[in-house]
Design a protein around this ligand. Structure first.
Ligand code: ATP
Ligand code: MG
Length: 406
């Protein structure tokens, strides 16, 4: 079967009242973005309170449905066969052909649901339902009608053309990216942070990301791994600006000046401070981390409190109540797991203490951070000035230079 268009069904944005058009426009934009790398030409438009993807040339069905199934805000994707508006007799034949081709040899129960927008059509919806049912039964003798709980719902819509559809490919749900503003994801090379980014983006939030890099202690491959993860998340979100921050001198300075059992916590506080400065500059409304209570020493409630204390922007931790196994399940589902488990060193793992504090005291940490007073501000400034910005989308990445950085 060649489908000439796709009807996009959306659930939650249907209930957004006066702002509905904002959500629909965002969804149209995200769909166009997702289809860009696909072979073929497409027109995406809103008609009759619905979104249609019209296929204007040959295309790869798998590729297109795959791309659409990654767009947040989509509840379902219905492949639609389109015919000219024909007289009833020909309509019956076309409907029967459609069902025969889409469900060959099927023994399922079905129901026909007709919508007649063109009120001048010679039969009304009730008559059409009955007659179409008969025509389909004749063509597909193993199928049967069940009007209460049909296994297959055959939709027929009569407008300026006739639309047939019967299948719904599930979308990811959520809200279209962009309607909820933007937030800064602290993206490490691990399993958790890409999942955290995915979850917040699913609620309509656009992502920027920051990676704290520690060359030469971390390799070029470690950065490539983070870019790859950003690319995998960008499949769902659209382009992500990844800030690659050189954190080496700050880490070494902390290592040199502060008690080693507090390294992780102090380092994390500087990551949050820098992430917040970048976030404000980029117009982000919050920070996102992959933290989950108790996962490691720096993620006890006490440690999370001490880390978050440096931020004035809200910090979103969507995995806070997730077990590792649950995070891994999502990570596999969204396609980041295989990249996350590649072995390259993360900057945190290099300077970890053997026995990190699990119950840091804020006053002690603040006192020990005073040991950094002499140079830390200029180091933070330098880290931000030398921000290596990388624009990542699902197909690749490029470094941003010069004017474009602002
Ligand atoms: P992940 O799987 O996300 O790496 P993790 O279990 O390794 O998580 P931590 O290393 O304690 O946890 O980091 C907690 C969170 O801090 C991460 O989820 C991430 O949001 C952020 N983070 C840690 N290291 C970095 C880094 N090098 N660059 C950017 N963000 C980081
Ligand atoms: Mg990590």
């Amino acid at each position: 079967m060649t489908y000439q268009c796709f009807l996009i069904k959306y659930a939650e944005i249907g209930i957004k009242g006066k702002n509905r058009h904002v959500f629909e426009d965002a969804l149209v934009r995200q769909i166009k973005l997702a289809l860009k790398p696909c072979e073929g030409n497409f027109a995406v438009h809103k008609t009759y309170g619905r979104i249609f993807v019209e296929c204007l040339s040959a295309y790869d069905f798998e590729e297109v449905t795959q791309a659409l199934s990654h767009v947040f805000g989509i509840w379902g994707i219905c492949p639609v066969a389109v015919s000219d508006l024909v007289e009833p007799e020909e309509l019956m034949a076309k409907a029967a052909d459609f069902v025969k081709e889409v469900f060959p040899g099927s023994k399922s129960t079905f129901k026909v649901h007709t919508r007649r927008m063109d009120k001048s059509y010679p039969m009304d919806s009730q008559e059409l339902n009955a007659e179409l049912g008969h025509a389909i039964l004749e063509a597909c003798p193993d199928m049967s009608v069940d009007v209460h709980a049909p296994e297959i719902m055959i939709e027929v819509e009569l407008r300026e053309k006739i639309y047939f559809y019967a299948e719904t490919i599930p979308g990811p749900g959520g809200l279209p990216v962009g309607v909820g503003g933007k937030a800064m994801l602290l993206l490490s090379g691990g399993i958790d942070s890409p999942v955290a980014g995915y979850m917040i983006a699913k609620r309509g939030v656009r992502l920027d990301a920051v990676y704290f890099n520690a060359p030469p202690y971390t390799s070029e491959r470690a950065l490539q791994k983070v870019i790859d993860l950003a690319r995998e998340v960008a499949v769902y979100t659209g382009p992500i600006c990844l800030h690659n921050i050189n954190f080496t001198e700050i880490q070494l300075y902390i290592y040199q000046k502060c008690p080693h059992d507090e390294l992780t916590i102090i380092m994390r506080r500087y990551m949050m401070r820098i992430a917040e400065l970048l976030a404000r500059k980029a117009g982000c409304l919050g920070l996102i981390t992959g933290e989950s209570i108790g996962q490691v020493a720096s993620q006890t409630l006490t440690a999370l409190g001490v880390t978050g204390e440096v931020c004035t922007l809200p910090v979103f931790r969507p995995l806070i109540g997730f077990d590792k196994e649950e995070i891994i399940t999502v990570s596999k589902k969204i396609g980041t797991f295989e990249t996350s488990i590649l072995p390259y060193e993360d900057c945190c793992t290099i300077f970890v203490a053997k026995h990190p504090v699990t119950k840091p005291r804020l006053d002690t940490i603040v006192r020990h951070e005073k040991y950094l007073e002499e140079k830390i501000d200029e180091m933070v400034e330098r880290a931000i000035e030398t921000d290596d910005m990388i624009l990542v989308d699902s197909t690749g990445f490029r470094h941003i230079t010069g004017e474009e950085k602002n």
